[in-house]
Design a protein around this ligand. Structure first.
Ligand SMILES: [Zn+2]
Length: 316
């Protein structure tokens, strides 16, 4: 369990909060990790009731609470904490956040609930995959079982004032991934279902175990919603949502093909990254990053290539 005073540690820093729609705000969680500024976004959805989507890792919960204070919302006004998926960078802090939010319930994919109630396996898997980074994200506290709600496909979460967040199950980036659609405002909160957008450039996020068909169907489902605005877990909200979803779809196919043929030639993951960079000019964004942000992106890209290459090998 984190020390009790950790919640006050970064109180005097200003957390960036961006208004996306009259009902939606984007919070830059900026966990205390070098190179993680403007990378992990939490969303605050405000109707009569209030929801936080993806509270972030444990080490960013103090910043989440500071952001709420900046917009004059008390943590006890939060009714829902909704998780697009339970990877540590999006959901690791849910249990810690809940200690400050006495009435909030956590909404997540039904397959994810047991890992939230007992995060032992989630924490071990995070440590194994991420090593030191998992420690920087912070240990995962459990969510009390009675505060967990299973998200069903096409379920409406009703925050009042005629607003609804529709749940769309979008497996791919993770088996337990879901996206949220505010139909009234045309805003889609897509987590990592349609890749990641760093400094305006779209890249894929396909860690193992990755399944191509599932991911494509999920993107197709999101396109059929005809959203106006696309909000990424990493990072920010953009117009031309349908165009962005179509680009993610075609980029995914292009990457899959490139990685698949490189794997057959027994190329290393680093070689495949170099090959992808030569074929996809959007990856030039890597040249614009700070050293720390580059390391972050490099490691995530290698993991994504690993997911694609394992999947391509299985399908051969
Ligand atoms: Zn993520």
């Amino acid at each position: 369990m984190p020390p009790e005073n950790q919640d006050c540690a970064r109180k005097d820093e200003i957390i960036e909060v961006h208004a996306i729609s009259p009902h939606l705000k984007l919070i830059d969680l900026q966990p205390p990790i070098p190179g993680y500024e403007r990378f992990i976004g939490a969303y605050l959805f405000v109707g009569k009731q209030k929801a936080i989507i993806d509270p972030g890792p444990t080490s960013a919960i103090p910043n989440l609470l500071s952001a709420l204070a900046e917009v004059n919302i008390s943590p006890d006004e939060i009714d829902y904490v909704i998780l697009t998926h339970i990877h540590i960078d999006h959901a690791g802090g849910a249990g810690t956040a809940l200690r400050h939010m006495p009435r909030a319930r956590v909404v997540a994919h039904s397959q994810a609930l047991k890992h939230l109630a007992d995060p032992t396996k989630l924490w071990e898997a995070s440590l194994k995959t991420l090593g030191d980074l998992a420690l920087q994200y912070g240990r995962i506290e459990p969510v009390p079982e009675e505060r967990l709600v299973a998200a069903e496909d096409l379920m409406n979460i009703d925050p009042g004032d005629g607003l609804f967040l529709e749940v769309h199950l979008t497996p791919g980036h993770a088996a337990h991934h879901l996206s949220l659609f505010d139909r009234q405002n045309g805003v889609l909160i897509a987590g990592e279902a349609a890749g990641v957008c760093v400094n305006g450039a779209i890249r894929m996020a396909t860690p193992p175990p990755f399944r191509l068909d599932e991911t494509l169907s999920s993107i197709d489902r999101l396109i059929s919603l005809e959203p106006k605005t696309l909000c990424y877990g990493h990072f920010g909200c953009y117009s031309n949502a349908v165009e962005r979803l179509r680009l993610a779809r075609s980029k995914l196919l292009q990457w899959y093909e490139t990685v698949g043929s490189a794997v057959r030639e027994a190329k290393t993951l680093e070689d495949i990254l170099a090959l992808l960079r030569s074929k996809d000019r959007d990856l030039d964004y890597l040249d614009t990053l700070s050293k720390d942000a580059y390391r972050r992106e490099h490691d995530l890209l290698i993991n994504s290539i690993n997911g694609l290459s394992r999947s391509a090998r299985e399908n051969d």
